[in-house]
Design a binder for this molecule. Structure first.
Ligand SMILES: [Zn+2]
Length: 198
């Protein structure tokens, strides 16, 4: 199946936890968003949602680890640093106590494209997703999340639509999924909360 599609690969180097001071706000937002049900787990056991912040002035970022959607509260053991990535080759390297999710490449693509974005929140919500589809910048239905194609598709939205101003995008090809971002985590979070309440 999918001949010609570069398979996702991740090299995770076991490493120390990220310092709590660096992720205090990240942990707070993540647990709050989990409480709202925007990060969580489906009945089939598959988790959804992830949140990240850029390490200032670098292409590295701290992201919540894979398979953590079921946990109401995360601790520093559940965050990892994406140290390197290659979008074309669908590969990333992380360093920390937990593996980064394959969806991290979508975060990586945004950080590499737009230096003023320092925080990204990816969530799932069926009703909101339906409401927002094609009302805010929306990626094409045939493009899946966490793939090299998604990076290209998001760059298209930066170029052709008002994604930079809206700071929210919906993924038509990733059911329930959308993301918000900002110059910092508070901006990304507040945008998310605004839409949550519409
Ligand atoms: Zn998702």
């Amino acid at each position: 199946m999918d001949e010609g599609v570069v398979k996702y690969s991740c090299e995770c180097i076991p490493g120390e936890n990220v310092a709590v001071e660096l992720i205090a706000s990240l942990m707070k937002w993540r647990d709050h968003i989990h409480e709202l049900g925007l990060i969580g787990v489906y009945e089939n056991g598959i988790g959804f949602g992830n949140i990240s912040i850029r390490i200032a002035n670098t292409l590295q970022f701290i992201i919540s680890g894979s398979q953590t959607g079921h946990l109401a509260k995360l601790n520093p053991d559940h965050y990892t640093v994406v140290t390197e990535f290659n979008i074309e080759h669908n590969h990333l390297t992380c360093c920390g106590p937990i593996q980064a999710s394959s969806e991290s490449l979508t975060h990586a693509a945004i950080y590499s494209y737009e230096p003023n974005i320092n925080a990204i929140i990816h969530v799932h919500h069926p009703q909101l997703w339906r409401k927002l589809l094609n009302q805010v910048p929306t990626t094409r239905k045939d493009v899946q999340y966490g793939t090299p194609k998604m990076a290209q598709e998001m760059f298209r939205l930066f170029e052709e639509e008002n994604l930079r101003e809206k700071k929210i995008l919906v993924m038509a090809g990733h059911e329930d999924g959308f993301l918000t971002f900002g110059k910092d985590l508070n901006e990304a979070g507040e945008i998310l909360i605004q839409y949550y309440h519409i």
